[in-house]
Design a protein around this ligand. Structure first.
Ligand SMILES: Nc1ncnc2c1ncn2[C@@H]1O[C@H](COP(=O)(O)OP(=O)(O)OP(=O)(O)O)[C@@H](O)[C@H]1O
Ligand SMILES: [Mg+2]
Length: 238
């Protein structure tokens, strides 16, 4: 019998097998990922490091089901992500994955609390639950240390504060996995350190699986596991 989960250990939350990604520019083919194997246990923290252009963001997008691999498989909480159709994959992504980006990607015309519950509004569209969603946004903003900033627009917040709002938003659907692409890349050392403290606190309180892409030594030093990507392949150290 062909069991799609047969190669996956039970305690893994994320498992990539032989993932490749080739970009085509005109007639040229650019192989960026050349057979990435990577497993993250449920509740594990890891940093993905490597030189600029190594394919870190490309891999993160594939792991989160935002981009398609050229070949290979990704299992997310036991589901074979790229066997699913587009809609089912979008559903899986919104249930299981929260994303945090270097440039925050908050919507400027919405207040902090509205940004936080945006992923929920999309799922609960038309259900008239705004009061409950506002309470939920308040709880998440408390969790990230942003009590009292509900009504602020992104332009009225510091970079570190905007990133906290983005972290709160990543938690809106209570996903098991947070993927963060250079989350400290736009922050000074102090705000970056505070953001890491926040990820540490969230991890100990919620047991979520965290994968952070970063060049930042501060982030690598903080993480119990560092995964390097070089020449399209994974190298593990320490
Ligand atoms: N859509 C695309 N089309 C063609 N080439 C692409 C595309 N996306 C990425 N690339 C190429 O793939 C390589 C890896 O890009 P990627 O953004 O994953 O790097 P990265 O490791 O995240 O780098 P950085 O640390 O600078 O963010 C780069 O050489 C880039 O030019
Ligand atoms: Mg990148």
């Amino acid at each position: 019998m062909n069991n799609p989960h047969s190669n996956q250990s039970d305690d893994s939350f994320l498992c990539a097998q032989e993932v490749t990604r080739v970009f085509r520019i005109g007639k040229r083919e650019l192989p960026i990922l050349k057979g990435v194997d990577l497993t993250l246990g449920r509740g594990e923290i890891a940093v993905l490091a490597g030189p600029s252009g190594a394919g870190k963001s490309t891999l993160l997008h594939i792991l989160g089901g935002l981009d398609l691999p050229t070949s290979g498989r990704v299992f997310l909480d036991g589901e074979d992500v790229f066997r699913l159709g587009r809609r089912q994959r979008a559903r899986l992504r919104s249930e299981k994955v929260g994303f945090v980006f270097q440039f925050f990607h908050l919507l400027p015309e919405f207040k902090a609390w509205e940004n936080v519950i945006m992923p929920r509004r999309i799922r609960a569209a038309g259900s008239g639950l705004t009061g409950r969603l506002r309470d939920e946004a308040a709880r998440l903003l408390d969790l990230v240390g942003m009590t009292g900033r509900m009504e602020h627009y992104p332009s009225q917040l510091s970079g570190g504060e905007q990133q906290r709002v983005a972290v709160a938003r990543s938690l809106a659907n209570d996903p098991g996995l947070i993927l963060a692409d250079e989350p400290t890349g736009n922050l000074d050392t102090r705000s970056g350190g505070e953001l890491l403290d926040l990820f540490g606190k969230l991890h100990s309180q919620t047991g979520k699986t965290l994968l952070l892409v970063s060049h930042d030594k501060q982030v690598a030093d903080w993480s119990p596991r560092v995964i390097h990507i070089r020449d399209g392949l994974i190298e593990e150290t320490g």
